[in-house]
Ligand binder design. Structure first.
Ligand code: ZN
Length: 408
């Protein structure tokens, strides 16, 4: 496999620069001597790197430190609003992209329908749109863009940025990260959309406090992303969290995969609406379906109960096997109603109690709202940039590879 090389203009070209940024991110603010201690670099390296970063406006100096009699030390902190990450999500018929600051606040967003899904063509168009977006957002310096995160539905090999298979896009073995890096001159990271969603929850949502968290996205399909103690668990083949086609109901409804009783067929909206049309004798859209259920329509209520009990079974199994503290449900069932999720939580809790697993598992909706998809992509870059140093220094998969260059 060809090693990914970067002709990146990004500021994070070296491991040392990244280490300084990470340390400032974790510490909030610190003096130069504290930075020297925490990064274990020489004082001259620290002062050279901080001088570069100050000149670029990426870190700022403040006199806020505690005085020990003399002048208070100069403290350094990241200027979060000067650093950007680009998030991209490739969906079945839409490309969404946005520029976010490092706090996850959107600066500019657009969505467009691409001319086609041929990878070469798509990358060329994406490149143009990203350039336009940067110009519109007034980001004049490419060096302030830390990287691009790409969220794709499908199986992704994230260490070399290849989409192994995406049914939605009709892609097989597309080295999309390398293609986009070569076009943009910026580091690009790719991840499955549910994994990206889990990272977004960790960095910007309700999963940042540690513990074991599973993020479940339910729309047309079902996918889950698992975060263990602040680390995304992808598995050796990128397949961890693929729970959609595990049968949870014996002799249940037939699923498009050929089995019966899969989680996906009970919670996927197209399947639920098809079953409603057969039972009620009329085809309705998602909103009408939920409105009918709220008015007590028996066929709709039954389908919602089925979705609730199957989701409860699946989440109970996951909570027991993975020792979860928290489950975040995003997508259609996460947004449907607070009663639905509290019903799921009560079911999970009851099963835990009966199996003697004496712990609380919180089942909650995502708090990230409409930006959650794009924030997932942004979370990829943030995660790589600010992961603990033991991961970053690993020769195989750390920031050396991501930065594509040796120490400055
Ligand atoms: Zn299935």
């Amino acid at each position: 496999m060809r090693r990914r090389t970067l002709s990146s203009t990004s500021v994070v070209r070296s491991y040392n620069v990244a280490a300084v940024l990470q340390t400032l991110h974790r510490a909030g603010s610190c003096s130069r001597s504290e930075l020297t201690e925490l990064t274990r670099m020489s004082p001259s390296t620290v002062s050279r790197i901080t001088a570069q970063l100050i000149k670029r406006g990426i870190i700022v100096e403040e006199r806020l430190g505690t005085s020990t009699g003399g002048r208070p030390p100069v403290m350094l902190r990241l200027d979060y609003e000067k650093l950007y990450v680009i998030g991209v999500r490739l969906m079945r018929d839409t490309v969404s992209l946005g520029i976010f600051d490092l706090n996850g606040r959107p600066v500019r967003k657009i969505s467009y329908a691409p001319y086609g899904w041929d990878p070469e063509f798509l990358i060329r168009e994406l490149h143009e749109r990203i350039d336009e977006l940067l110009t519109d957002a007034g980001v004049r310096k490419r060096s302030h863009v830390l990287g691009v995160g790409l969220a794709v539905a499908g199986v992704v090999r994230s260490d070399d940025g290849t989409v192994v298979r995406s049914v939605n896009l009709g892609w097989r073995d597309v080295p999309v990260a390398r293609m986009l890096e070569e076009a943009l001159g910026l580091p690009v990271l790719v991840e499955n959309d549910a994994n990206a969603g889990a990272l977004a929850e960790m960095w910007f949502g309700g999963a940042g406090d540690g513990g074991n968290v599973m993020y479940v996205k339910t729309d047309a399909g079902v996918g889950a992303g698992i975060v263990f103690e602040q680390q995304l668990v992808t598995g050796p083949r990128g397949m961890a969290g693929e729970i959609g086609h595990i049968p949870f109901v014996a002799d249940g409804h037939p699923c498009r995969c050929g089995q019966r009783g899969c989680l996906e067929t009970y919670v996927s909206m197209p399947d639920v609406l098809r079953r409603y049309a057969a039972a009620a004798g009329r085809s309705v859209d998602k909103q009408t379906f939920f409105d009918s259920a709220k008015k007590g329509d028996a066929a709709a209520v039954l389908l919602i109960e089925e979705a609730k009990s199957t989701l409860t079974l699946a989440l109970t199994a996951a909570a027991a096997m993975l020792d979860l503290d928290q489950i975040i449900v995003d997508g259609v069932w996460g947004r449907f109603s607070p009663e639905f999720l509290s019903g799921v939580q009560a079911g999970v809790q009851q099963a835990m109690k009966r199996t003697g697993l004496d712990k609380q598992v919180a089942v909650q909706p995502s708090r990230l709202g409409e930006d959650s998809d794009l924030l997932g992509a942004v979370g990829l870059v943030t995660n790589r940039l600010f992961s603990p140093p033991d991961v970053l220094t690993a020769e195989s998969g750390g920031i050396r590879r991501w930065a594509g260059q040796a120490d400055a």
